[in-house]
Ligand binder design. Structure first.
Ligand SMILES: *Cc1c(COP(=O)(O)O)cnc(C)c1O
Length: 378
């Protein structure tokens, strides 16, 4: 198996793997499971600093994004798609699928969404039911400022759907302060549980919106309203994947016990960027770097695939290329969750240095040494 230094899925710690192998009960009929489920949901709400209720859904991160759109969109609703990255733009399709009218607000992919510019735009047009926004857009690694953008949207009466799948737990998220209506997360990024679970925190405003819809939600699996009152009713819309939830529970405990988690992500990300720059490679972003992933251009005259393959074959380390508009253009090192540790990142940068040298790109420095030097500075 490769050492997976990708921006998710990440490595899974042994205690999480063991939790997934525990004996199970009937999660529909055994009332004790409703207690366990609710405790996990509450733990997520606590970590996200919110009084809002959390639901865990059985499906990978994309399910949460689609469920948020399915549950909020009515026919011909205008929805603002804030697009400064590939995942950001991707929300358009979900809105269309459920009959909404997406209005795409596209900005520079190399920097975070500018609050002032968005405000200028909203002054002229703010007739939107909700807006979608990505916290950390993983293909470019850009980090948007939820604490500035979401309250601004709310000021205009616009609900917010935020994809923090690749941000939460590695970046600060404060749902209540930022007034986020639906926050979406996934199990396989910073949380470092296997892929397969998504979670959403849902505000009272979002719940009201769902309750007072005039048309039914055009989905069963993506219908967040189906989860309302599950605890009182002792009823889930479908049988919950109990082993996945046991895994998520322990992964959350790992995160909660790791008091330094955000600082460590910042420190590792900063040192990684410095090493990349000192090696003469070019970062994709101008500013607004997330702490969970580092994205840099493939050096001129080289192929992303040859670099990735060489690292796999000779160093057993897997880094990621990209897709869509950035396919073939950039490489990505994920340093999130279990991967955000000095040894793995140093090994990755060592392997990358050796690989680039072997493929004919002369590095002015050893990226591993440079990484270590910058780690000690901060
Ligand atoms: C990983 C990720 C998701 C989940 O999507 P997959 O491509 O299926 O892993 C959603 N949003 C963001 C920003 C992500 O990084």
């Amino acid at each position: 198996m490769y050492n997976i230094m990708t921006p998710g899925p990440t490595k899974v710690r042994e205690n999480v793997r063991m939790a997934r192998s525990l004996e199970t009960t009937n999660p529909d009929l055994d009332e004790s499971f409703y207690e366990d489920y609710r405790a996990v949901c509450k733990q997520i709400s606590r970590l996200m600093h919110t009084k809002n209720e959390t639901y865990l859904l059985s499906g990978e991160g994309i399910l949460g994004l689609e469920a948020a759109c399915a549950s909020l969109t009515e026919q011909r609703d205008r929805v603002l798609i804030i697009d400064n990255g590939i995942f950001g733009k991707g929300f358009k399709e979900f809105v269309e699928l459920y009959g909404g009218k997406p209005v795409v607000y596209t900005c520079d992919y190399h920097t975070p969404v500018n609050e002032k510019e968005l405000e200028t735009y909203l002054e002229k047009d703010h007739d939107f039911v909700y807006a979608t926004l990505v916290h950390c857009d993983t293909p470019s690694g850009v980090l948007n400022d939820l604490s500035a953008l979401c309250p601004l949207l709310k000021k205009y009466g616009i609900l917010t759907v935020v994809d923090s799948v690749a941000g939460m737990f590695g970046e600060v998220v404060n749902v209540d302060q930022s007034q986020i209506d639906i926050l979406c997360g996934g199990s396989q990024k910073v949380l470092s549980a296997p892929a397969g679970m998504t979670f959403v925190t849902v505000s009272d405003d979002a719940k009201k919106r769902m309750r007072y819809r005039t048309q039914p939600i055009a989905s069963f699996y993506c219908n967040l309203q189906n989860f309302e009152g599950y605890y009182e009713k002792k009823w889930f819309p479908y049988t919950m994947p109990i082993s996945d939830i046991y895994g998520v529970k322990v992964a959350l405990e790992n995160v909660e016990q790791d008091k330094n988690i955000i600082k460590r992500h910042q420190k590792i990300a900063r040192a990684t960027r410095e090493a990349i720059k000192e090696a003469g490679l070019q970062l994709y972003l101008k500013d607004g770097y997330a702490s969970t992933v580092t994205v840099f251009y493939v050096p001129d005259g080289m192929l992303d695939t040859e670099i990735i393959e060489y690292m796999k074959k000779n160093y057993n380390i897997l880094i990621a290329g990209c897709f869509d508009a950035l396919a073939g253009k950039v490489l990505r090192i994920g340093h999130m969750g279990e991967n955000a540790n000095q040894k793995d990142v140093a090994d990755t940068l060592y392997a990358l240095s050796k690989t680039l040298n072997a493929l004919g790109y002369r590095l002015p420095c050893d990226m591993k040494e440079s990484f270590k030097k910058h780690l000690n500075e901060s």
